[in-house]
Design a protein around this ligand. Structure first.
Ligand code: ACO
Length: 203
């Protein structure tokens, strides 16, 4: 399998794959200055990497919008997950293709995690949650039960979200925020209790 994007996030994924005992052939990145990452070769193109149709990919780019653009560009390639062996995921929950689950994540019962999501270190997703495609749940976030997170939204490091709250698409919740009310699409929200400070550009 290959990673697309030779970033800091990619280094984390490399170590998850190593912990899973999986065979990473290398990475692909548009930047010709990058030729290696950890112990792996970085190629500039799929052709240079001699990618075969059966090879699987994870898009290892932390920026949600760029991850979506690359996913659309690569539509047709096989995607796979990377799930750290120290993550605890309910057998009654589902994880979409391309999603990365870092160490010490907990996903409780009846939660649905979309495609190309990042569940970052030590975040907790409680029962009946829905996390949309291309979202990023940052390290140490706590989502209570029945929380819905829209496509492309990032929940910042250490934030927490009260049960039943709905957060729209392509929103940004600031580091350490406490979200007790619904958040509209594209809103940037900070503080305790969370308040909207500005709006992100629509896609
Ligand atoms: C492994 C990893 O690294 S995963 C990555 C994890 N990273 C994160 O979680 C980053 C989260 N990002 C943030 O919290 C950012 O501060 C954002 C996105 C909320 C805002 O960033 P920007 O758009 O650059 O806003 P900016 O820094 O200009 O701040 C705007 C105002 O909001 C305030 N503010 C910004 N972030 C926060 C926050 N987390 N909590 C409280 N107030 C905040 C600022 O103090 C500023 O207030 P002022 O106008 O009174 O001076």
């Amino acid at each position: 399998m290959f990673l697309y994007g030779a970033s800091g996030h990619a280094k984390v994924i490399c170590e998850i794959l190593e912990a899973q005992g999986r065979n990473l052939y290398g990475l692909i990145d548009d930047n010709p200055q990058i030729t290696s990452l950890l112990d792996y070769t970085v190629y500039n193109t799929l052709q240079q990497a001699a990618v075969e149709p059966e090879d699987e990919f994870i898009i290892s780019i932390g920026n949600n919008r760029i991850r979506k653009i690359v996913a659309q560009k690569l539509s047709g390639v096989k995607v796979t997950n990377a799930i750290h062996p120290a993550a605890v995921i309910s057998p009654r929950s589902s994880i979409g293709g391309g999603t990365v689950v870092v160490a010490n994540v907990c996903v409780n019962v009846h939660s649905t995690i979309g495609e190309h999501v990042i569940l970052n270190t030590n975040c907790s997703i409680d029962h009946d949650c829905v996390v949309g495609d291309f979202a990023h749940i940052s390290p140490g976030v706590a989502l209570a039960g029945d929380v819905h997170i829209g496509e492309g939204t990032q929940i910042g490091i250490g934030a927490c979200v009260k049960q039943g709250v709905r957060i729209g698409k392509w929103a940004m919740v600031g580091a350490g925020a406490v979200i007790i009310r619904d958040v509209p699409d594209y809103a940037v929200v900070v503080g305790n209790p969370g308040r909207v400070i500005k709006m992100n550009q629509p896609e």
